[in-house]
Design a protein around this ligand. Structure first.
Ligand SMILES: N[C@@H](CCC(=O)N[C@@H](CS)C(=O)NCC(=O)O)C(=O)O
Length: 192
């Protein structure tokens, strides 16, 4: 299997954490989604992550790929019992924060940056982090916690000056601890 990916992508990192944890063999194909013509033949939306199976069939987006990898690897991250809906809702919250953070970063490269739209995305990020502060997060990650780690990791990468920790001490303490989980540490992008 091949995963079209980029080291900065919070969505691709979700897939990598699950594959690494469950020892699912997957080759990374590093790409720049905005310019890669091949990616467009794999995923018409031209987004990463996209997974190409050994039979040539493709799968996207991160939610589908993560659940597929979990299925192949023996089912650990997507519970079938009553924990399922809170886990999927937490994934939606975290993915929404990551989407807003990606949009915020991309809009910052425009000249002039569209201030009102960026502010709307930043509002979603901050409110999302506030909601996470009030959420019980487990030290044994399910898909929701995996997505939260990836969203916060991306914010740390792209907005290193955002002091989100001071007013969210529970979330900050949880994040510091969860970053030591081997598959999470192994997929962290070093700050450059
Ligand atoms: N909902 C998608 C979001 C994927 C996404 O936004 N990927 C970004 C990179 S982090 C991308 O490929 N952007 C290029 C584009 O949208 O043209 C998922 O969960 O996989």
């Amino acid at each position: 299997m091949k995963l079209y990916t980029n080291p900065a992508s919070p969505f691709a990192r979700k897939c990598q954490i699950i594959a690494k944890t469950l020892n699912v063999a997957m080759e990374d194909v590093h790409t720049m989604p905005l310019t890669d013509e091949t990616l467009r033949t794999v995923n018409p939306l031209a987004q990463i992550p996209a997974l190409v199976l050994d039979d040539g069939n493709a799968m996207y987006d991160s939610r589908v790929i993560c659940e597929y990898l979990d299925h192949v690897g023996g089912n650990q991250f997507f519970p079938r019992d009553s924990r399922r809906w809170p886990a999927l809702t937490l994934q939606s919250l975290a993915d929404g924060i990551a989407s807003a953070a990606v949009a915020y970063a991309l809009l910052g490269r425009e000249t002039p940056p569209p201030a009102a739209t960026r502010e709307r995305h930043q509002g979603a990020i901050l409110r999302g982090l506030d909601a996470l502060e009030k959420t019980a997060l487990s030290d044994t990650p399910l898909i929701g916690e995996v997505a939260v780690v990836c969203a916060i990791g991306y914010i740390e990468l792209r907005q290193p000056d955002l002091d989100w920790k001071a007013t969210r001490p529970k979330l900050a303490a949880w994040y510091a601890k969860i970053c030591a989980v081997p598959a999470i540490a192994a997929t962290a992008k070093p700050k450059t």
